[in-house]
Design a binder for this molecule. Structure first.
Ligand code: NAD
Length: 321
């Protein structure tokens, strides 16, 4: 595979709360040389560009401007956060119909000007939109990634770290499967500084408590509902998740991240996009890992795949009816 020279240019389609949280963290990171803002509401993209540009005295130079799709022709990565958000009580899958229509309109416009860039998707339901983009719109699975369960994994690590009284970064625990209600915690490999959760005793004397751990998982899985109930949307942590993925791609870090990509027979699952620990570097998905799992975890993962496949089939049959 030939890898094109990096331009340091990032495109962002969808300048709402999620997109701009990513953009705000990106300009502070020094990673990009240019950031192109695109939104169906062009005035909003212009306003956001002005606002970010007024911070240029305080960050390393980066050219930020609102434009249309033609400006993406030499972008390294296009981050897509465009589309409807969840209303209180609405699931991510409820958004599918609305946001699939948005994607059918905008992804071909990206692809028409740039068929090299990595397309990184945050819009929900992120796994099905990643699948539709990789399989049916772009047709190149390696360069289409969804943010997947990276955010859920971050929430899980935070909740476990807060419970045990240790730094979040010392907690190694993954959420795989759907970014949504069927996601799966990998308890069997979860550890804190190499000590499995079954053996770990925190500085505050917290030891293994299955019921408590299950509550921490439910708090992780349902976090978006809780946040949306209180402040209508979630955006800061997904913004940082997107920055981490973008950094891994731009710097070819080969970071292992739970991103969503089109699976090809991992744990017997194919033709659906969902998250497993994945090596991410220049060009996008480098390798999806065969994470060790118990048979119950594998069952949970396959169930998650089936939930997504069923939703994809349902949307297609409802649209062809
Ligand atoms: P928002 O309403 O604040 O912003 C959405 C933006 O998309 C708006 O600026 C809108 O004008 C723009 N847009 C809509 N249709 C467009 C089109 N056809 N072309 C270009 N721009 C278009 O919403 P938000 O809070 O930023 O959320 C965006 C998406 O991210 C939602 O689908 C939400 O569910 C999802 N989200 C994902 C995660 C994750 O972990 N993957 C986390 C939080 C939110």
């Amino acid at each position: 595979m030939t890898i094109k020279t990096s331009t340091g240019k990032i495109g962002l389609v969808g300048c709402g709360m999620v997109g701009m949280s990513f953009a705000y963290s990106l300009i502070q990171s020094g990673l990009a040389t240019e950031l192109v803002l695109i939104d169906i509401d062009h005035a909003r993209a212009e306003g956001e560009a002005l606002d970010l540009n007024h911070g240029m005295s305080f960050v390393r130079p980066v050219k930020v401007y609102a434009a249309d799709y033609a400006a993406l022709s030499d972008a390294d990565i296009v981050v897509v956060c465009a589309g409807a958000n969840q209303n209180p009580g609405e699931t991510r899958l409820d958004l599918l119909k609305k946001n699939l229509a948005v994607f059918n309109g905008l992804i071909p416009q990206i692809n028409a000007v740039n068929n090299d860039a990595v397309i990184l998707i945050a819009t929900n339901p992120v796994d099905i939109l990643t699948y539709a983009t990789a399989r049916h719109i772009v047709g190149d699975p390696r360069r289409v990634l969804g943010s997947g369960t990276l955010l859920d994994t971050a929430r899980f690590r935070y909740n476990l770290g807060a419970h045990y009284g240790v730094d979040t970064r010392s907690v190694h625990a993954y959420i795989v499967g759907e970014h949504g209600d069927s996601e799966v915690p990998l308890w069997s490999s979860a550890n804190i500084g190499s000590v499995s959760l079954r053996q770990f005793i925190g500085p505050n004397g917290q030891g293994y408590d299955e019921e408590k751990l299950n509550q921490l998982f439910l708090r992780t899985r349902d976090a978006a509902y809780e946040i949306i109930k209180r402040k209508k949307a979630t955006y800061y942590a997904i913004g940082l998740s997107l920055l981490t993925i973008v950094e891994a791609i731009m710097r070819d870090h080969h970071s292992v991240l739970t991103v969503s990509s089109l699976l090809t027979n991992q744990l017997g699952v194919s033709d659906v996009a969902l998250s497993l620990p994945t090596i991410v570097g220049r060009g996008g998905m480098i390798k999806v890992l065969d994470a060790p799992m118990t048979s119950a975890e594998i069952d949970g993962f396959r169930h998650s795949a089936n939930v997504l496949k069923t939703n994809w089939q349902n949307i297609n049959s409802s649209q062809s009816a």
